[in-house]
Design a protein around this ligand. Structure first.
Ligand SMILES: [Zn+2]
Ligand SMILES: [Zn+2]
Length: 381
């Protein structure tokens, strides 16, 4: 057989970690090394196979591709453009950027550790992660987004079995269909997953060509995500069953949508409160009046009392973000700054000088409270 299973060659399970992989490879390499087996063609062959298997499995990307597509992953011009996305290189699987805010799709929750193979050879699919960027306004009112991402789904032509037809399945002769083999060592009987069928108990005589007997194909999926009002950076939404399809009847993983809220030009969020800075004309701050204030849901009138000072804080109750759990709204806080004109017309200048004259500003140019404090300071000296 030209295409022996890499895991079988090394004698490890499909979820073996990097350490176990290295150990298994070393064992085989030592055993079949040509120096130790001079002239032994079979040993030489085994040595080459083990090296080839290790080369692929030690690289996480190559391993992921091999897990999905088998040996076909490394054949030039592979036919694995399933799903109409038109990608040909299986290694691009995790690097593709998707439309809709440029979310990057990648695997984080799985990584090989979580997917456990049962004694029947089935394995649950990985969870997937999708990063979704939304605006602060969308976070305030809630939004429904359709996201597109690529994921392995059950192969339609073989119903996920990996065999081209029902008659294409045969009982595994190594384990007699049990999926387990046992060996005796002294008094102890060891049970282990059958290395030939990887625990499934069946052997595929007639592999499905669509999925290379993997039982899964990678496709572009569209999922509608309801983002509730009040979500914040890092909020995680779970879409059950929309992760990777399982293997051999294993359940699907989930899709986790991680929310990223874009920075707003005006508003800064602090918990459920929104904060903004707003410049006021010095005349308005002095005389008082009212001003239209932007909020996330529209404009609101704010009364400015006469004599409003720089850095004074105003609160618009209930105009903040809704709490994602209680939907109670936070407040909008507005810090005003006083906008002093940088240029004056002749008329403005004359009028302001007149104002200064009436106020006696020429003789008392510094605020009175400050002056009083300064006086006390001088007396202490
Ligand atoms: Zn198939
Ligand atoms: Zn078997």
């Amino acid at each position: 057989m030209a295409n022996e299973d890499y895991y079988e060659i090394l004698g490890i399970s499909r979820d073996a970690d990097a350490g176990a992989l290295k150990k298994a490879y070393r064992k085989k390499a030592v055993k079949y090394h040509p120096d130790k087996n001079p002239g032994d063609k079979k040993a030489e062959e085994m040595f080459k196979k083990a090296s080839e298997a290790y080369e692929v499995l030690k690289d996480p990307e190559k391993r992921a591709a091999y897990d999905r597509f088998g040996h076909a992953a490394f054949q030039p011009g592979g036919t694995h453009s399933a799903g109409g996305g038109g990608f040909h290189d299986p290694f691009d699987l995790f690097r593709e950027a998707f439309s809709g805010g440029g979310g990057i799709f990648d695997e984080i929750f799985g990584g090989g550790g979580r997917r456990t193979q049962s004694s029947t050879g089935s394995a649950a699919g990985h969870d997937l992660r999708f990063d979704l960027e939304i605006t602060l306004r969308e976070a305030a009112v809630g939004v429904e987004k359709e996201i597109k991402y690529r994921r392995p789904v059950a192969c339609g032509s073989c119903n996920g079995t990996g065999a081209a037809s029902a008659s294409g399945m045969d009982q595994c002769s190594t384990c007699g269909g049990l999926g387990q083999v046992s060996s005796n060592r002294g008094f102890i009987t060891f049970q282990q997953t059958c290395p030939d069928c990887r625990g499934s108990g069946v052997r595929i005589k007639n592999p499905c060509r669509e999925c290379s007997s993997e039982g899964r194909v990678t496709q572009t999926s569209k999922v509608k995500v309801k983002v509730p009002a009040g979500v914040d950076n890092g909020s995680r939404l779970r879409s059950q069953g929309n992760g990777e399809a399982g293997v051999m009847g294993g359940g699907s993983g989930d899709l986790y949508v991680i929310i990223h809220v874009k920075e707003h030009e005006i508003f800064e969020r602090h918990g459920d409160d929104l904060f903004c800075e707003m410049p006021l004309k010095f005349t308005l701050a002095t005389l008082g009046g009212s001003v239209q204030v932007p909020t996330l849901t529209g404009r609101v009138n704010l009364k400015i009392p006469q004599g409003t000072q720089s850095n004074q804080l105003f609160k618009l109750r209930g105009h903040g973000m809704p709490n994602v759990r209680t939907s109670r709204r936070g407040d909008q806080l507005i810090r005003v700054t006083i906008d002093v004109p940088k240029k004056l017309t002749r008329e403005q200048q004359e009028k302001l000088e007149e104002f200064a004259d009436i106020s006696g500003d020429a003789t008392n140019p510094i605020g009175e409270t400050f002056w009083a404090k300064a006086k006390r300071f001088f007396e202490d000296l």
